[in-house]
Design a protein around this ligand. Sequence first.
Ligand SMILES: Cc1cc2nc3c(=O)[nH]c(=O)nc-3n(C[C@H](O)[C@H](O)[C@H](O)COP(=O)(O)O)c2cc1C
Length: 409
Amino acid sequence: MTPATVTPTVPAPTPGGAPADAAPGTGTRVLPPLRIGPLTIDTPVVLAPMAGVTNAAFRRLCRESGAGLYVAEMVTSRALVERGEESMRIISHEPDEKPRSVQVYGVDPATVAAAVRLIASEDRADHVDLNFGCPVPKVTRRGGGAVLPWKRDLFRSIISAAVDAASPYGVPVTVKMRKGIDDDHLTYLEAGLVAQEVGVAAVALHARTAADYYSGTADWESIARLKEAVTDIPVLGNGDIWSAEDALAMVAQTGCDGVVVGRGCQGRPWLFADLAAAFAGSDERRRPGLGEVTAVVRRHAELMIEHFGEESKALREMRKHMAWYLKGYVVGGELRAKLGLVSTLTELDERLGALDLDQPYPGEAAEGQRGRAGSPKRPTLPEGWLASRELSEDFRRALHEAELSVSGG
Ligand SMILES: Cc1cc2nc3c(=O)[nH]c(=O)nc-3n(C[C@H](O)[C@H](O)[C@H](O)COP(=O)(O)O)c2cc1C
């Protein structure tokens, strides 16, 4: 991993965000380093937090390929304050991981503050991201996740409580959000300005509403609008970056200060090599043949065993990664299905060994969209949620239950 260092000679950014002489493929870097409070991220690329994916094992593979900031899986503030075993594992980092980045989800300002204080005062991370992006019905039904910023008093209290808890320790707090509830109830511009006002160090926008879920195409235009509105802190763009070229296109189209990449690197941690090259102005791209891919799968499995300390749990967790790793390669239905059912490292070795390891990179078939997709869903909201932008006592009580049922964004 390239450490987070200051690079002294960086072209001055234009008002739109990109340096005047940025020219992809010519060896000129595309953006200046990303500054998140006291942290300097040399390559302005962030691995999106993904529950069930971005644990220490997967982050290591991404870090080894590229450069950037790699956010851990989300943890709920309440579980963290209770020091649950799984929560403590989620926020743990390998000794060489710098900066250490975690994401907290919470609905109650005091609990979020306590969780952030635990992280910062015990030196468990260098960066805390707050999650306001979850579109899952069981969360939005109670007013949590992507529909929470609609209650502007609550949103402001949560983020300022987090900033107040973290700032004595010099730990920057960022916000990750969606555009709003649906196209008629957008919150991102106002939320971005509130975040800037209370001392949040950067904002990231997944350019979809809760109603969009993961459907359609991310609305990069909204990232451009957020960048125009929020001028004092970095604005990061998120949504539908499947390749380094997409990342460059997002920067060019929106003027964002950095990109957040999620599904595009599922089964493709080497995308971070492409991203590092692209942002450094190089055309170099990784195009692994199947032999190379299986070597990464094997290593991922080993790292997962180290992470979970248990072979069966680790291999069970590996199953979902198989389809992502093998997308576009000729594998055969039966073997593909068997790889999705591995239980031991020996089984994994046998099944990987049965593949045609000389198979070259398949091109387009391995590219484009991967991972979660689906159709729009009208968000389930608490009764009367839209009637007011302020939080009533009844909603406050229901929200606590929202935190108990959350699992990812
Ligand atoms: C499996 C999965 C788990 C996710 N978990 C989280 C999470 O814990 N926190 C969060 O803020 N977003 C989460 N997200 C959303 C991503 O961080 C990201 O915003 C979204 O996938 C859009 O980016 P992409 O188009 O690059 O994938 C998750 C997404 C997926 C696919």
